[in-house]
Design a protein around this ligand. Sequence first.
Ligand code: FAD
Ligand code: NAI
Length: 460
Amino acid sequence: MPDSFDVIIIGSGPGGYVCAIRAAQLGLKVACVEKRATLGGTCLNIGCIPSKALLQSSEEFHHATHKLKDHGVLVDGVKLDLARMQARKDEVVNANVKGVEFLFRKNKVTWLKGTGRITAPGKVDVDGTSYEAKHIVLATGSESVPLPGLDVDEKQIVTSTGGLELDQVPGHLVVIGGGYIGLELGSVWRRLGADVTVVEFLDRIVPTMDTEISKALERILARQGMKFRLGTKVTGARKGNDGVTLTIEPAAGGTAEELKADVVLLSIGRRPYTNGTGAGVELDERGRIKTDARYATSVPGIYAIGDAIAGPMLAHKAEEEGVAVAEILAGQAGHVNYAAIPGVVYTWPEVAAVGQTEEELKAAGIAYNVGKFPFTANGRARAMGDTDGFVKLLADKATDRLLGAHIIGPDAGTLIAELTTAIEFGASAEDVARTCHAHPTLEEAVKEAALAVDGRALHI
Ligand code: FAD
Ligand code: NAI
């Protein structure tokens, strides 16, 4: 008799592993299949965690070389030990993936090591061994989108995976795609000394963000030395011993030119990864697994969550769906509020957003008020020497309900949590404005922006 479980989850990224823990907490017998040698999926192994480790380390280097002298701290002979920086990143990853293994043991989740393939309803094969399950959850994640004509070797032409592993700082890094990955990894290598050029197809970077914020980010990153070729497409690449020669041309058509790079980072998006699961589930026009509001796929007994289904490809979105589907399978009412999922780009300054952008409100014909407050007028930001950026809040004109929050500035990724909670609770801008915020904190800029919605900011 094959081993049998209440739930088998295929994939141990933030969607899969969180689903496994929650299902186990609810008393279900759970197994999670993972083919990678370690748990944690893209996020812990080659995504969120290693990129944030390198962003932190490169920021420390940038502080030492550029910012400390403003504070009256003089350090001579600052040198980069990239091998140590990379080793530290690996240690951080290792601690995190081992942490998931510990959580699996603690919650009695069985890790089935190998590639999971659904062979029949309720039956999963893992590298030749059969298992049975009442429910199967696909949490197989995503992979980088390739660009025709660009042969990724993870050395000269890299995806984020190779871009996190470089063993020397490239002289010139060309980034194709000015989204989350391009700007974060572009920032890492820029801070460590590379010339960085971002080639973006559209006329602005981070196109999913509020336009005013994306324009401000472009200006600030340009001041940090990043170069931008907007409205430009890459049409070819030639590898040589001395680097890669890219052919680029205006997106709207026009004269082609060449751009030489030591390393090219391809970051034009990610696509759902559903290969080899044998699930036979229906996909949508973008290759995402189709699900209903309860994460059920077109095949009875098979559910799907995370990057493999529709919605933003973010770790915390996958986690929320993991919890929701576990609760649904245990007979509870799991659900995710997609109107309150924050997004953060971990450049410096950081960019963070939750809810709707100004463009989305205009397109939907919703009347709104705007409240803005710059970090130049925030005492704590001045004390930190980090005054780039602003908070922008959008509230319904008739009801004052908070509809969107957009921050570019120091620690924006932390500041957005307050506004995510506010949106989750259906708060008005005035609710935020009348909440006492500690002084002196960056959060006071949030309060001031909320006051500004009603034209009564105090410190500007
Ligand atoms: P994944 O994390 O992709 O996990 C899927 C797992 O399934 C993989 O381990 C894979 O090996 C396994 N698998 C697939 N098929 C099978 C099979 N048949 N059998 C067994 N195992 C299988 N998001 C954020 O929110 N914040 C960030 O800061 C952030 N930074 C990122 C940085 C980079 C460089 C990248 C690439 C992504 C980043 N993301 C970030 C996105 C985040 O990593 C994803 O949204 C998240 O990992 C999705 O989780 P998931 O569980 O759906 O899938
Ligand atoms: P992205 O979707 O964020 O950005 C891709 C960019 O490439 C867009 O600006 C797009 O207009 C541009 N583009 C598309 N085709 C192009 C082409 N042919 N030439 C030039 N530009 C082109 O995708 P990215 O950066 O690859 O990241 C994938 C996903 O991973 C993100 O969307 C996000 O969901 C997740 N992620 C999240 C992070 C975070 O939360 N901080 C960090 C890194 C990744």
